[in-house]
Design a protein around this ligand. Structure first.
Ligand code: ARG
Length: 579
């Protein structure tokens, strides 16, 4: 059920009756104030401009042709030509009953599934994953879950950085340690962060080490077996580390989704040759560069996009061009979505422009780089440890669970110790995820333990708690899982709740279009708040409530609980029966 769609279709039919094209923008929106009804049709104004007529008059004609019998109980023209629509309670009740018997909660089935490649998480291996990858991982996963729920074919791709120049340095350091007789167990790979730091120090300070490192990179990239064996050690350790994190985070990525930079290695030389043949790339100071006129600076200097370094090394950029070819031509993607921080915006613009010109991206493939802002500390500076280091993701998540446990213990009266552990895990991880997901993706945000673990406001604990409250009402009502009853919407709070429940599909469509899970977060928060308002105004299990009324309100409650659970699940946040 998508009310916005329905009203759009009805409006467009009315436009056609008035001689306007069938795709005239109906501009249906949700009303901003209760006195404007539930939805507004705003298309008359633009259409009047097109017809060079008076917008209010056109709105009147439109209204005369608009067939909303049974759907709306009131329609009204306001201002310069808005049409305010108040939906009929009986219609809403019937729609809700239909949605309630549906396992998809009334969300229609996607009739034109798309193949969508989603590139997310993508940590750089041989380093611990840090908070910068948190955003990519959880935003990407929420979008993936939503796409799959809607019915698209999603191909997850974890474009791990496993092929960069840092590996030359790491291999050189490892080789020296092994040559000095340190056995593999003692080498210190378990703490890759430390190992990395040691190697980096030698790279910066030790004469000859940097050259040696560069040499190893070339050997590695040209397939030297010994280098590859050592490299694999780093990869295995890192992958294991990320696997544990994904599990902790309740993220759907598995090892099968790893399609790292190295996977494109065999394509890179071909890409270089091809770009040369197509006269897109040229030599400049020993390197191979595509000069992009479309992205020229204000003085007209084209934007340089380096695809091969002096000395022959390939780059991040070369790999991304190969990835375009693979995703668009081999996987046949209709859409590619990539989540990285905003600093890579120029890179992906360059990739898209070059890939389109060279034919690596088909016209039919949408290429969406979805940037996100930086996670800030409470001091307003990028989130760091107290000593200024990068915050390790694993430690951050452990801290979240510890803090959540304190919060849960304070609130919970009758949970066993095991239950407290379980609830704390879900609340802690959920809190970190919701705090991130609920912010507008493109803006920076401040990471605050107190805010995210609060039971007030738009937080995971608030929503999880709201869910347990509805569930506890349902337990007290002692009804079966398949409980069904007639829905009757009498009070305004009942109606508002019903309208909200029927908006789920609308929200999902928007989340998919904009790759913005915060829209779903807002929706769930508003839904939970509306439920609380409804519950206070409309008694359910109190003495004196008519059985038909009680049953109708139980129907609303069951549906609200299912919606909260489903919505949180799309965000990758777990719920519990009690807390
Ligand atoms: N590994 C990169 C980073 O940590 C992100 C990769 C994103 N995907 C891509 N196709 N370039 O910044």
């Amino acid at each position: 059920m998508n009310i916005k769609h329905l009203l759009t279709e009805k409006t467009q039919a009315a436009f056609v009756a008035l001689g306007l094209p069938a795709d005239t923008n109906a501009a249906v929106t949700v009303s901003t104030k209760p006195e404007f009804g539930d939805y507004q049709i705003n298309g008359a104004m633009a259409a009047a401009k097109l017809l060079k007529t008076n917008p209010r008059q056109l709105a009147e004609q439109l209204l005369a042709h608009l067939s909303l019998e049974g759907i709306a109980e009131k329609t009204e023209i306001a201002g310069p030509g808005f049409i305010n629509v108040t939906l009929a309670k009986t219609w809403l009740a019937a729609e809700l009953e239909t949605a309630a018997i549906d396992t998809r909660l009334g969300v229609s089935t996607n009739v034109t599934p798309q193949t969508v490649v989603v590139d997310y998480s993508a940590p750089n291996l041989a380093k611990e994953m840090h908070v910068g990858h948190l955003r990519s991982t959880i935003i990407g996963d929420a979008v993936v879950r939503t796409l799959e729920f809607w019915g698209d074919k999603v191909i997850r791709q974890n474009h791990m950085g496993d092929w960069g120049t840092q590996f030359g340095m790491l291999i050189a350091h490892l080789e020296d340690k092994l040559a000095a007789g340190v056995d593999l167990e003692q080498v210190g790979l378990a703490d890759l962060e430390d190992f990395y730091r040691e190697a980096k120090k030698r790279f910066d300070d030790e004469a000859g080490f940097a050259d040696k490192s560069r040499n190893y990179v070339v050997q590695l990239q040209s397939g030297d077996a010994h280098c590859k064996k050592l490299w694999q050690l780093f990869i295995d350790t890192s992958v294991k580390h990320s696997e544990e994190l994904y599990k902790k985070l309740n993220v759907t990525l598995t090892n099968a989704d790893i399609k790292p930079e190295s996977a494109y290695n065999d394509m890179l030389q071909g890409i270089i040759e091809d770009l040369k043949t197509k006269a897109l790339a040229e030599e400049s100071m020993g390197a191979l560069v595509v000069f992009i006129q479309e992205l020229a600076d204000k003085d007209g200097n084209p934007s340089p996009f380096i695809i091969q370094k002096t000395g022959g090394g390939f780059l991040y950029s070369t790999t991304d061009l190969a990835a375009c070819q693979y995703r668009s031509h081999t996987l046949n993607a209709d859409r590619v979505i990539i989540f990285t921080d905003a600093r890579q915006a120029l890179h992906f613009k360059q990739v898209e422009l070059v890939a389109r010109k060279a034919g690596y991206l088909r016209d039919a493939t949408m290429y969406d780089h979805c940037p996100f802002g930086t996670m800030m500390g409470e001091d307003g500076k990028p989130f760091k440890t107290r000593t200024g280091g990068t915050v390790k993701l694993a430690e951050l998540l452990d801290e979240a669970v510890v803090r959540a446990k304190a919060v849960v213990k304070e609130k919970a009266s009758d949970l066993t110790d095991t239950e407290v552990e379980e609830v704390a895990r879900k609340v802690g991880i959920g809190a970190v995820k919701f705090a991130d997901l609920s912010k507008n993706r493109t803006s920076d945000y401040i990471f605050s333990w107190n805010a995210m673990l609060s039971f007030e406001g738009a937080t995971a604990p608030y929503l999880q708690y709201a869910y347990t409250r509805v569930r506890s009402i349902l337990r007290r009502a002692d009804i079966s899982d398949s409980f069904m009853a007639k829905v009757q919407l009498v009070e305004e709070q009942e109606k508002q709740l019903a309208v909200k429940l029927l908006r789920f599909e609308e929200i999902l469509q928007q989340v998919i279009k904009d790759a913005q899970p915060n829209l779903l977060c807002n929706y769930l928060y508003e839904l939970a708040s509306l439920y609380m308002t409804f519950y206070e105004a409309c008694p359910i299990l109190k003495d004196g409530v008519e059985p038909t009324q009680r049953d109708s309100r139980l129907m609303l409650s069951i549906f609200a609980a299912r919606m909260l659970k489903q919505g949180l699940e799309l965000l990758g946040i777990e719920t519990m029966e009690r807390m």
